[in-house]
Design a protein around this ligand. Structure first.
Ligand SMILES: CC(C)(COP(=O)(O)OP(=O)(O)OC[C@H]1O[C@@H](n2cnc3c(N)ncnc32)[C@H](O)[C@@H]1OP(=O)(O)O)[C@@H](O)C(=O)NCCC(=O)NCCS
Length: 177
């Protein structure tokens, strides 16, 4: 694979990034999952998760790290959020940190940005004092499942994630840090 590490930079979000993150997060969620959900469930989910007030709060929240990957023009290419959060019921973990959201824009998928962003996530999670990193991923999201396995995550359980009104099964995966 070509070295693309100079083609983008990864840094923490600031309050100046709220509008861009809200637009990017809503758009990438829609593009990733619109085909697998009804329009009503999608609209309900987007309204509940993506609003400048919410992203402003997330960026200012000390228990959350928001990492932005930007291309050389300054446009967002991906983002990740990690947060202090216990693992779902039934999954025992010591010093867990959650990989809450992880999105790479379509033109950047399959080009190595995701792996570089994941390494930045590992670094942040360790800096938070984490020993184990966990995440929830939709059981039907084959590409993300393959990517997370490639990054060393393994399935340790499952949980429900509600999109709009639709309760969906997420695999819970974890990796030692
Ligand atoms: C998940 C995501 C971050 C992974 O980044 P990426 O750049 O696409 O990842 P990679 O291409 O390095 O790895 C994906 C792997 O899945 C494989 N893959 C691609 N499409 C696939 C499919 N439909 N089914 C199974 N595997 C698939 C790829 O071949 C690749 O494996 P390989 O490197 O061994 O060939 C990115 O695809 C993304 O942002 N998707 C949309 C949002 C999303 O689903 N986020 C995760 C929410 S939990």
């Amino acid at each position: 694979m070509n070295d693309i590490s100079n083609a983008f930079d990864i840094r923490s979000a600031t309050a100046d990034d709220v509008a861009a993150l809200t637009e990017f997060g809503a758009r990438t969620f829609y593009e990733s999952f619109a085909a697998g959900n009804t329009a009503e469930d999608m609209a309900k989910h987007l309204a509940s998760a993506w609003h400048p007030d919410l992203q402003n709060r997330e960026i200012l929240d000390a228990s959350i790290d928001t990492l932005l990957a930007r291309d050389s023009s300054g446009a967002l290419a991906g983002f990740a959020q990690v947060r202090d959060n216990v693992a779902p019921e039934g999954v025992a973990m010591s010093r867990p940190v959650e990989l809450w959201r992880f999105y790479v824009d379509r033109p950047w998928q399959g080009r190595g940005l995701a792996s570089t962003l994941m390494n930045a996530v590992f670094e942040r999670a360790r800096a938070r004092g984490g020993r184990e990193l966990w995440l929830g991923v939709w059981e039907r999201n084959e590409r993300a499942l393959a990517f997370y396995r490639k990054c060393g995550f393994e399935k340790v359980g499952q949980k429900i994630f509600v999109v709009g009104t639709d309760p969906q099964t997420d695999h819970v995966m974890r990796r030692l840090l």
